[in-house]
Design a protein. Structure first.
Length: 269
């Protein structure tokens, strides 16, 4: 089996502030270590469950967060950013049997994580896909579906895990913390690793038994609405072909082709 892992940081156990997830700050090293441990635990779990190939995408900030020497020696890691529209899912293709999203967090305009955002910390007031608040989890689950790869597990805060189950009812989740305004209640880092490993192993077991239960069917049509923090960004995006300007801060884009939506979002937003 071949497994893809997309790893973010704001949904890792214990993390609650921006300095913890920004390279160069004193508190970053502890968060970096926990992110690495959670990803390593997933790698070990999928390998123990029969995965012969594993690709990990370091999908946070610089794309240079994981301590790669502390991951299993036979996994591959994609670091930094290629500038492909898949962004956090770079390297995913139809050859993979399943995908796992780890360290994920609540969407911008959500209240499930002090670091709730979607793709950029401050650029958007909100984003909606077909009327639903769009998280990075949602966007990336659709990318996986576009490639025909099922998302079998999501780990992170309780809010993103709830959103994942609403989108994919059979997905396995590991909520390692719960946001409360500007703070959160978190599992102990070691217990979080145990819970993550347990859920991933169960996801792998169920994948072998019935892969179709994890299938996510893409909508026939996509309507993306973006409300920018700055009217200047909205003005600029309005020049992209097919984009409709709704008001000074908001644009809308409709398409039947999901990759067209990704292309627009990548270049205009």
């Amino acid at each position: 089996m071949k497994i893809y892992i997309s790893a973010d940081m704001e949904g890792v156990a214990g993390i609650v502030s921006w300095p913890e997830v920004e390279l160069g700050n004193n508190s970053y090293k502890e968060a970096q270590q926990q992110m690495t441990k959670e990803v390593a635990a997933i790698c070990e779990a999928v390998q123990a469950s029969g995965a012969a190939e594993v690709l990990v995408k370091d999908a946070h900030d610089t794309g240079r967060n994981l301590i790669i020497s502390e991951l299993p020696h036979d996994v591959d890691i994609h670091r930094a950013w290629s500038k492909h529209p898949y962004v956090m899912m770079m390297g995913l293709d139809k050859s993979f049997d399943a995908c796992i999203l780890t360290g994920y967090h609540d969407a911008v305009y959500g209240n499930g994580n002090p670091l709730a955002h979607t793709m950029h910390e401050t650029k958007y007031q909100w984003l909606k896909m077909n009327g639903v608040l769009m998280s990075e989890m949602m966007l990336n689950a659709y990318i996986a579906a576009y490639e025909g790869v099922p998302v079998i597990a999501v780990t992170g805060d309780a809010a993103v895990c709830d959103r994942a189950r609403q989108l994919m009812p059979n997905v396995k989740t590991a909520a390692v913390k719960e946001g409360e305004g500007g703070g959160c209640t978190t599992m102990h880092p070691d217990r979080a690793i145990e819970v993550i490993q347990s859920e991933v192993k169960e996801a792998m077991r169920q994948l072998k038994e019935n892969p179709s239960q994890f299938k996510l069917t893409l909508p026939e049509r996509f309507v993306l609405e973006v409300c920018f923090t700055s009217h200047v960004d909205s003005y600029r995006a309005g020049f992209y072909k097919g984009v409709q300007t709704i008001d000074a801060h908001t644009i809308k884009f409709e398409t039947d082709d999901f990759f067209d939506l990704l292309r627009m979002f990548f270049f205009a937003c």
